[in-house]
Design a protein around this ligand. Structure first.
Ligand code: SF4
Length: 664
C-alpha cells in the first residue's frame, strides 16, 4: 500500500499530501507566447494525476542567469503573466507548485541574450563552451539581491514555495567549488568563503519572503568532479543552508561537466540514495529530498522506509506518466520512465521543447487531447513494437475497436531486444505497461500471428489498418557473411550464441547496444555496487573486464552518431572501461573462420580475429505487410520502421503511433 509514500509531509509551513516531489524540468514551453496556456496545461495534468508538490523548471533571476533562449526571465512581464496562469491552473486542479529560482552562471549560453555569462571566476566551461566574466563584489551583491527579489516575486505570484537552484554545477555550485571559485576575497579563498554565496542567497530569500514562506534549496551532495567540493565541505554547506533559513534540502548529484554519468540509463536506479542519506544525517530534523534516478513509486517507498529521508524527487517519471501517483496509489500499471533522455534532456540541451519517448503527449497536453472519436471503427494494428503498441493504445483510448497482430511470440519488437542491454532492463516495463493497458482498453491481441499473403480477406474486414510491421536486419554483401559463426543482431541479442572474440560489424545504436551487452553481460542484482566501483565511488576493485573480447568495426568516422547527447559519451566511456575496441573508417574484404578481413583507415590490410561475427549494419523496412495492405484496398497508414527504416528511432516510432488517431 506504499504507506511511507502516501503519508502527508511538511516543508516549513507547507502541508504536502504525500512524499513524492515532482522535480524541476525545463520544458521549453516557458517562453511560448500563448499566455502560459501550454505550460499551465502541462502542470495541471500532473496535478490532476495526483502530483503533490511540483517544482517548475528554472526561472532565471536575471538575464545573465538564463540557461538559454528558452528560459523564462523573471524580469519579463509576459513570463510573470504565464507563471500567474500556471499557479491558478495548478491550484484549481488541486496541486501545489514551487517556483525554481535559477542562475546558470558559467553554464549560460553566451549567444542567447548577447550577455556574457558571469561566474565567481573566469574558468572556461566545457558544457557551455565559453569563458565567463568574473563577477565583481558589487555584482555578487546585486546577484544575491536578484535571488531575493525573485523569491519575493514567487510568493507574490501565488506559488506555494520557492526552490533555490544550487546544484548541477550552476552558479551556487560554482561559488562552492574550488574548481570554479578561484577568488581570494570575501566570496572565496577557503571553504567558508566559498559557501558564502549560497548562504547569503538563502538568507536574503528568507528575509524577502518572511518567516513562514517555504524555501527549498537544491544543492549538490556529490559533484562527481575531480578536485571538486570535498564531502565534509558539502555537509558544512548543508548545515549552513539550514541555519540561513532553508526549510528543506533537495540533494542533486553531479555537474553537467562531470565525467561520471548521474541521470543516464546506465546509472542503476537508487545509486545516489546514500548521498542524500548522508545529508539527512548531517541536518537532523530538516526535511531532505533525494533526487536522481528513482523511477518507480515502489522504489521510493523502499527508500523512505529504510533511509530516514523525508521525500523523494521524481521528475522524468512524470513526463512518462502524468498519472504516476494515482496509478501507483491504485496499483495500476505505470508507464515507467526508461531513462533514455532522448525526448527530454537531449531536447532541453538544445533549447527544444521537451516530450517523452514513451508518452508523446507530454508537453503537448493542450493540442494532443485524448479525444473520443465520434465514430467507433473496427481497426487492425499490424505489428506490436513501439509504433504498433502506441497506435493501438491511442486508437483504443479514442474509443475504436482494435485488433493487434504481432508475428513474434511476444510484444515489444526492437524494445524486446533492447531490454537485454545493460541499463535498459526497464524497456521491458514499457512493454508490460502497454500490454496491461491494451488489455484494460479491450484491445484484442493476436500474438504469434504473422500476417501473410492468405490474410488479405481478413484485412478487408477492417475499416482501416495501421501497418507497424517494423524492420528486418539489413543484409551485407561481404563474402563469408553466410558462414555459421556469423549472426544477425537479433540472433546475437537472443543470447547464448556469443563466444570468445566477438567482432561487430556496424556503428549505429544497435551495434553499440550489442557491444555493451557482450562486454558487460546482462544486468545483475549488484548493479549499484558494480556501478560505483566502476567509477571509483565505492571501495573494492572495479568489475573485471568481460570474458568476451569485443571489437566494433564500422565504416564511418564516428560511432553511434545518432545517440543522444546526454547518453552517448557515457555509454562510449562505459564501453571503453569494459575493454571494447572500436575501429573506425574500415572497409570490409571478407569474413573467414579466422575473423574479419578489413582495410583499415590507413589503407592497410588487416585481420580482426573473431570467433563470432555479428552483423548490426542497420535495417530495412518490412515491405510485405504494406504491400498486403495496398492489395486489400483498405484505408491504411504505415508508421515507424516500416515507413522509414533509415531514420528509425524509438522516439519517432512512438510519436507516429500516437499521431494515427488524427488520421482515422
Ligand atoms: Fe524518461 Fe526517456 Fe521519457 Fe525522458 S524521454 S522522460 S528519459 S522515458
Amino acid at each position: 500500500e506504499f504507506r511511507h509514500v502516501f503519508r502527508a509531509g511538511r516543508i516549513g509551513s507547507l502541508h504536502i499530501p504525500h512524499r513524492i516531489v515532482m522535480g524541476a524540468m525545463h520544458l521549453g514551453l516557458e517562453t511560448r507566447e500563448d499566455g502560459g496556456a501550454a505550460l499551465a496545461a502541462f502542470y495541471a495534468e500532473r496535478a490532476r494525476g495526483g502530483a503533490g508538490l511540483m517544482i517548475t523548471g528554472g526561472a532565471a533571476v536575471s538575464v545573465a542567469g538564463a540557461g538559454g533562449r528558452g528560459y523564462g526571465v523573471l524580469g519579463d512581464v509576459a513570463f510573470r503573466d504565464r507563471l500567474r496562469r500556471v499557479v491558478t491552473t495548478v491550484h484549481d486542479a488541486g496541486g501545489l507548485i514551487a517556483l525554481q529560482l535559477f542562475h546558470a552562471g558559467r553554464y549560460a549560453s553566451p549567444t542567447a541574450f548577447g550577455v556574457s555569462p558571469v561566474a565567481p571566476s573566469a574558468v572556461h566551461s566545457r558544457f557551455s563552451g565559453s569563458t565567463p566574466q568574473a563577477l565583481t563584489a558589487a555584482q555578487i551583491r546585486a546577484t544575491v539581491a536578484d535571488f531575493a527579489r525573485a523569491a519575493a516575486l514567487g510568493r507574490e505570484l501565488g506559488f506555494d514555495a520557492v526552490e533555490i537552484m544550487g546544484s548541477e554545477g550552476y552558479l551556487v555550485d560554482q561559488f562552492l567549488s574550488p574548481l570554479t571559485n578561484l577568488r581570494d576575497d570575501e566570496w572565496g579563498g577557503d571553504a567558508r568563503r566559498r559557501r558564502r554565496f549560497g548562504v547569503e542567497v538563502t538568507r536574503a530569500a528568507r528575509e524577502a519572503t518572511g518567516a513562514d514562506f517555504p524555501i527549498v534549496v537544491r544543492f549538490t551532495g556529490l559533484d562527481l568532479m575531480a578536485g571538486g567540493t570535498p564531502h565534509a565541505d558539502v555537509l558544512d554547506f548543508a548545515r549552513s543552508l539550514v541555519a540561513a533559513g532553508a526549510d528543506a534540502l533537495n540533494v542533486g548529484v553531479g555537474w553537467h561537466e562531470s565525467p561520471v554519468p548521474s541521470v543516464q540509463a546506465i546509472v542503476p536506479p537508487g545509486a545516489w540514495i546514500s548521498v542524500a542519506a548522508a545529508v539527512k544525517a548531517a541536518v537532523g530534523s530538516t526535511p531532505v529530498i533525494a533526487s536522481n534516478r528513482v523511477n518507480r513509486v515502489g522504489h521510493a517507498e523502499d527508500i523512505l522506509a529504510t533511509s530516514g529521508l523525508d521525500f523523494v524527487s521524481m521528475a522524468r517519471p512524470f513526463l512518462a506518466d502524468p498519472e504516476l501517483i494515482t496509478r501507483s496509489r491504485r496499483r495500476r500499471p505505470v508507464n515507467v520512465c526508461i531513462g533514455c533522455n532522448q525526448a527530454c534532456i537531449d531536447r532541453s540541451l538544445v533549447d527544444g521543447e521537451v516530450s517523452c519517448m514513451v508518452n508523446p503527449r507530454a508537453g503537448r497536453e493542450l493540442t494532443a487531447l485524448p479525444a473520443r472519436s465520434a465514430r467507433q471503427l473496427r481497426l487492425a494494428v499490424i505489428g506490436g513494437g513501439p509504433a504498433g503498441l502506441q497506435a493501438a493504445h491511442a486508437l483504443a483510448s479514442a474509443g475504436h475497436r482494435v485488433d493487434l497482430y504481432e508475428a513474434a511470440d511476444g510484444l515489444g519488437g526492437q524494445f524486446r531486444l533492447a531490454g537485454r542491454v545493460p541499463g535498459k532492463a526497464d524497456y521491458h516495463a514499457t512493454i508490460d505497461y502497454f500490454t496491461a493497458d491494451l488489455d484494460r482498453l479491450g484491445v484484442r491481441m493476436h500474438v504469434g500471428r504473422p500476417i501473410g499473403a492468405g490474410d488479405v480477406p481478413l484485412l478487408r474486414a477492417f475499416a482501416g489498418l495501421i501497418v507497424a510491421s517494423g524492420v528486418r536486419p539489413r543484409r551485407v554483401e561481404i563474402p563469408g557473411a553466410d558462414l555459421p559463426h556469423v549472426l544477425t543482431y537479433p540472433q546475437a541479442f537472443a543470447g547464448g550464441a556469443l563466444r570468445g572474440r566477438v567482432a561487430i560489424i556496424g556503428g549505429g545504436g544497435i551495434a553499440v547496444d550489442l557491444a555493451h551487452l557482450a562486454a558487460r553481460g546482462p544486468e545483475r542484482p549488484d548493479e549499484i555496487e558494480r556501478f560505483l566501483r566502476t567509477y571509483g565511488l565505492a571501495a573494492g576493485p572495479a568489475p573485471a573486464a568481460a570474458e568476451l573480447e569485443v571489437t566494433i568495426l564500422h565504416r564511418g568516422p564516428r560511432i553511434g552518431p545518432r545517440l543522444g547527447r546526454s547518453s552517448r559519451w557515457a555509454v562510449l566511456a562505459d564501453l571503453r572501461r569494459h575493454g571494447v575496441r572500436i575501429v573506425s573508417g574500415v572497409r570490409f574484404r571478407r569474413i573467414t573462420s579466422d575473423g574479419v578481413h578489413i582495410v583499415d583507415a590507413a589503407g592497410a590490410d588487416a585481420v580482426v580475429p573473431a570467433d563470432t561475427v555479428v552483423i548490426a549494419a542497420g535495417q530495412t523496412a518490412d515491405g510485405v505487410v504494406p504491400a498486403l495492405a495496398r492489395q486489400a484496398g483498405v484505408w491504411h497508414r504505415v508508421v515507424g520502421g516500416a515507413r522509414d527504416a533509415d531514420g528509425l528511432d524509438a522516439v519517432r516510432a512512438f510519436a507516429e503511433g500516437f499521431a494515427v488517431t488524427a488520421d482515422v
